[in-house]
Write a protein that binds this ligand. Structure first.
Ligand code: GLN
Length: 490
């Protein structure tokens, strides 16, 4: 059996029935990482204990263990999620020596179901970026064309799945960081509703927007992983008490009775012709699967990017204040600490530890939060955020799911946008409003550009209506029929 052609459930079932061993699965993926990751740079570190952990699962199965929805399945984790005993760097020099003493809730839940942490994946520093170019550990490359970015910030998580270096990975999405790299790399990327997944133990970027989610080869795998990682957590007060539905078993690609809204604002001057074509084909496929197509409008999406960057930078400037070199992380070298004033200690440490993009966000955010400007910037952004949410509420009175592009263009070349942060930020035009409104969103691979770069279609759902969203995703997946279309020789 070729693991590259198996679903996560099939792998877990295979391990449970002893038709394949978890150890072999881990070795298989480690072998591929060794062979292919030099060029891609999707992993920052590997879990050296993965093989031993897999053997322990195999032993447990032999002596009767049969539970675990991910029994013996290796999963890659974005290096923003704390993993006990395994370095968690957030892609930054300032955390390059940080080894967490505990697992974040997402990783504990994966382990409870028998999953094995394969390694930690590359990302933009502190998840700030859209191209994986701000990582302290070097750029990650798009497996479809190595001159191109994989997207960001969960670039490593997307590239690893696309290249078959992990059967599935976990990413995080604050303004598009799961959906955008998923689209660029041709994998499924799903951000559940804000509050579904605990943020406990995930290095905080912008707490009111951050949400973890799966990056997978199929919609069914994304549904399963989301079920495993979702649910109330006493350690994160923003998690919902709602029960987690069984999304995977209820998946159906028949959309009769569903209304799909086409976002009127998606046709912009900046929209690439190949993206437009792909999204239009996606809309047709949804219609053919039985959905009724209606037009909806969220006019304030035109302000989503500035509102997002004000709120995200403000929250980031506050969250990142903790990295001061005192208790953990990088500390600047001083010949002697005696006589050293605290400000010099902090500024040298932080000056060395953070990269340029992170510094830019800290400065921007600190400015927005400063007295005298707070109301003008931060409060105003929060008010517009509320209005965007209200517009979505009205849109969802007319439809169940909204379809739109993920980004205006397919993946761009490495280096092409680094010197123009505004152009880079505009890449988030269609993804950020989903986070501002706390909605679930997914990117499903649906086509290719003329240059043979993948293009995804984005679906956005009403709060907690993940099932309708996943069903539409499933219909797109069936229509796209891209199974086996991969960037490596299979
Ligand atoms: N590109 C966006 C940013 O730089 C989104 C990042 C994310 O979702 N983590 O903030």
């Amino acid at each position: 059996m070729n693991p590259l052609q198996m679903s996560l459930s099939e792998m877990a079932e295979g391990v449970r029935q002893q038709k394949l061993s978890s150890r072999d699965l881990v070795e298989f993926y480690r072998g591929r990482i060794q062979k292919f990751d030099k060029e891609i740079n999707s992993f920052i570190s590997l879990n050296e204990e993965a093989g031993a952990e897999a053997s322990r699962i195999d032993e447990a199965v032999k002596s009767g263990r049969s539970n675990g929805r991910l029994l013996g399945v290796p999963i890659g984790i974005k290096d923003l999620l704390c993993t006990k005993g395994l370095a968690t760097t957030a892609g930054s020099k300032i955390l390059s020596n940080f080894i967490p003493p505990y697992d974040c809730t997402v990783v504990s839940r994966l382990k409870e179901e028998g999953a094995i942490v394969l390694g930690k994946l590359n990302l933009d520093e502190f998840a700030m970026g859209s191209s994986n170019e701000t990582s302290y550990f070097g750029v990650c490359r798009n497996p479809w064309n190595k001159a191109y970015v994989p997207g960001g910030s969960s670039g490593g998580s997307a590239a690893a799945v696309a290249m078959g270096l992990a059967p599935a990975t976990i990413g995080t999405d604050t303004g598009g960081s799961i959906r955008q790299p998923a689209s660029f790399c041709g994998v499924v990327g799903f951000k559940p509703t804000y509050g579904r997944v605990s943020r406990y133990g995930i290095v905080a970027y912008a707490s009111s927007l951050d949400q973890a989610g799966p990056m997978t080869r199929s919609v069914a795998d994304a549904a399963l992983l989301s079920e495993v990682i979702s649910g109330q957590d006493p350690l994160d007060q923003t998690t919902t008490q709602r029960k987690v539905p069984t999304w995977q078993s209820q998946l159906k690609a028949d959309l009769k009775g569903l209304k799909v809204g086409v976002l009127k604002e998606f046709v912009t001057d900046s929209l690439h012709a190949d993206v437009k074509k792909t999204v239009n084909a996606g809309i047709e496929a949804l219609c053919e699967a039985g959905a009724e197509i209606v037009e909806v409008s969220v006019p304030l999406t035109k302000f989503a990017v500035p509102v997002y960057y004000l709120i995200a930078a403000s929250e980031a400037s506050s969250n990142l204040a903790r990295y001061d070199g005192v208790k953990y992380g990088h500390r600047a070298e001083f010949s002697s600490l005696s006589g050293l004033d605290l400000e010099t200690f902090y500024s040298k440490t932080r000056g060395e530890g953070f990269g340029d993009e992170v510094k830019r966000r800290i400065m921007l955010g600190t400015y927005c939060l400063s007295s005298g400007y707070f109301d003008q910037y931060y409060t105003k952004a929060c008010q517009v955020r509320r209005l965007i949410k209200n517009e979505y509420d009205s849109a969802f009175a007319k439809c169940d799911v909204i379809v739109s592009p993920v980004t205006t263009t397919p993946a761009f070349k490495i280096g092409e946008r680094v010197s123009d942060p505004l152009q880079m930020y505009m890449n988030d035009l269609f993804t950020t409003s989903t986070n501002l409104a706390g909605l679930p969103g997914i990117s499903v691979p649906f086509g290719f550009s003329v240059d043979r770069l993948p293009i995804g279609v984005q679906l956005t759902g009403a709060p907690f209506a993940e099932q309708s969203l996943l069903n539409c995703a499933s219909a797109l997946e069936v229509a796209a029929n891209l199974k086996g279309v991969v960037p490596y020789e299979s």
